[in-house]
Design a protein around this ligand. Sequence first.
Ligand code: FMN
Length: 532
Amino acid sequence: MTTETYPVPTTSWSGAAVEVALDAAGWRAALLALDRPCHVVRRGPQVGLTTGGQVLSGGLGEYELLASVAPLRPESLGSAAFRAAHGVAYAYHAGAMANGISSAELVIALGQAKLLGSFGAGGLPPQQIESAIHTIQAALPNGPYAFNLIHSPNEEALERRAVELFLERGVQTIEASAFLALTGHVVRYRVAGLRRTPDGQIEATNKVIAKLSRGEVAAAFLGPAPARILGELQAAGLITAEQAALAAHVPMADDITVEADSGGHTDNRPLVCLLPAIQSQRDEARVQHGYPHLVRVGAGGGIGTPAAALATFMMGADYIVTGSVNQACLESGSSPWVRAQLAAAEMADVMMAPAADMFEMGVKLQVLKRGTLFPVRAQKLYEIYRAYDSLDAIPAAERSKLERQIFRRPLAEVWGDTEAFFAGRDPEQLRQAEANPKRKMALVFRWYLGLSSRWANSGEPGRETDYQIWCGPAMGAFNSWVRGSHLEQPEERRVVEVARQLMVGAAYQYRTQQLQMLGIELPGELKYYKPQ
Ligand code: FMN
């Protein structure tokens, strides 16, 4: 036989009864007061939440103290070093979206709220990038902002010109993406910003946030710039001998964004697998190269809810990156039609489809399938490309179907436009196409793949079924989270509000999770954060 014992509480709570919330609204308010501690207290049968009063050691208070959680402001999530380095309020980065979908307006709105956004320079001609630099710098003379430097294997001149512009105009942060290895251009950007300070330290004024999803690319950006590339840059007079020497002691990137299954180009890796692998690579690189600071590792891909944001921070991410959810915001360079489709998307409304830039290699990217036939049509083009060696080899019936349904004009006309496009921009492409009919077919098909994303952004009337809308499952997750709140409506979605709600929600859910681990079972509607 056993007898039950009743321990004297070692801590108790003392305060006015009016400070103890007993109903759901009061509990929510207490949990939402993120800059105050939150106590769960009991007197008799009543359990309440409070953010006031006093915790006493010993049982002298009027209330028994069941659990307490410390304050946690959204500003505290992630790395303080990231916030300090980029001059931002949150460890949060809105990743680049090509063709100016991450528009100057979007980057400025974030920057004015002290949040980091990357301008979507990918796919834009240099004049448009230059004009965006001008607009963004005028609005945010002290930042924060970043520009995307996207690796451009097919049109190397674009990558070179972007770096020249960034250096000429003093753009001090870039988000470098789609790199398979380091190129002279990205190394030049990084190293041209190195200098020795009067106290003998090395200052890296050109910050690089490298976005990647593969270990070998991470290794390149975690290491110093390769001697071979430094030698070439120095010989060409693009960096000084001192900068080349300093580069041996500095990693290529300040920050590495680990990109899991995301909208647009993606390797579809799960965040929970990829992030720890790159984090340990980062730790090893620090030991190997003897860096005094850690390269920060953030993560994106799939973040569309506070739960996802919190999970990423709890895995040790220094910052989080969003993409898909920002395209659905008013400031994005997309069209109202696209924003409406995005706002209605479910998580399964996305699929992989052939990418315009690396079409011939069979590279795919993640797009919305809701409301558009683009993914199916692009896949059809890829199958035809694989099956035949030239446009003339396509059977007549098949060719006429393509001309009617997809191109809506004769392929000869499409080739005419393609020639005109490349004549000024990159005549080498035309020379290759003349020599190789399969290459010519690829360029004609890429006409459709390239224009379909522009039609989506401009809202080209009558072409809705061909809109190419890059989007990942984060969009559907976001939509189900905001259902019933002000953010359900496309016209209410603004990038700063989305960032704020995600970060506040992550801080809120951190505290409710902690309470759960302390044995406090909150009702479902309080456990999870809904946009307030
Ligand atoms: N990342 C880039 O580095 N350069 C781009 O040009 C680019 N374009 C994108 C366009 C769209 C519409 C979307 C949705 C994403 C794009 N991304 C690009 C990736 C985002 O910057 C971000 O890393 C990614 O969307 C995060 O994953 P999520 O979509 O699951 O939020």
